[in-house]
Design a protein around this ligand. Sequence first.
Ligand SMILES: [Mg+2]
Length: 401
Amino acid sequence: MSAMIPRTENRGPVYNVVLDIDEVLTTCDPIQTLDEALFFKKRGSILTAVKTHYVFPGVLETINWLYGMEDVRTSFYSSGSQERNRAFVEGLLERSLPEEACSRAKREVCILSKEDLNEFGKKDISRVLRPNYSGDHIENTVLIDDRPANFVPEQSRNFLFVPPTRGDAFALLRRKKDSYGEEGFKFLKCGMTTEFFADYSCVREPIDQGKKLYVVKRSGGAFDLHFLDRISNGYRTAPISTEMHQPLVSSLENIHQESLDQGFVISSVDDQETLQNLYDLVGSMGGKTQTICHRANRIYYVAGLLSTALSEARNKQIPLTHSLCSLQSERIAKESGDVPVKNFKESPRKDRYYHLGLDVLRNVNQDLELINPHNYEQSIQGGIPPEEAARLQELIQNVWE
Ligand SMILES: [Mg+2]
């Protein structure tokens, strides 16, 4: 990759970004077909570091973006062997950075390995800080990792949790082609229930998480919509006007009655025409009706969340851990002390960080797009020339025993 966004001038603190390797940037999970290998070759990268590593789409751009910021210092911390980690990181830097920046990065980069875990087998990120370097501070240091078990409890506020990306996250997309539109979005499922059940967590939570919307029948007989607002990302309800939407209300009456007859107090709306009308209505009110595939695009989440946290830390002149922690869990933002990491699992479900990440990384590569079943399919169309097939086959076979 030759593009590199200009380095910003550093006048303030250094932000230490510490990256885990496996299931965050890459996977060694064995893959089954040449098509899958071709996908990584075209959209991400395939790299040999002792064994074959499949680098996720968007990762090379993320590295380029991180190294383009003068106030960010990037390090790597993996419980793999030193030999593997060094080979992987060097290969990654070579593919992500222009030659000169790459040579400098290779000389200076801090890579911590299995030997550098603490006595409890955890990643103590104070180990990346440079002694006698006044710009480094633990409060401006973050560990980006997929395993909550990896961080030192006292460093929970330094933790950016990203759910693991396994090798099958991409190949499985092919099976989901029908549920995604050509633009790469999937319509949310729509449930139906009564006012009495609307506050139950099984109804409330999927709406809060942007996974579902609900039609709720009030005790008075009218219907309400319960959905997530796209802008505020907050829970919203709105009535469906019987006068303005008579045909829709009639079909909802029928669906509601049918599910009651079958003994369901919580059911789903499956009729395509009714669904489309509901999506149009929710969409016209600024509500969320579609979602992206999160599993195949985690690195964009990382870039989106981290760029937001960095901007806040710079603009408000607060420690990076403060901005990061409050973005990951609004509920516990104001509490001090250790943070229960289960609270960090809310934000990886928020589409907006994935879109933000895409915007940030498009400054490095304007052709980037979020991965969806349709562009996965496009990447592997056209077949593989025989000489390339032989090489890919060799790579596929180079797996850990
Ligand atoms: Mg990992």
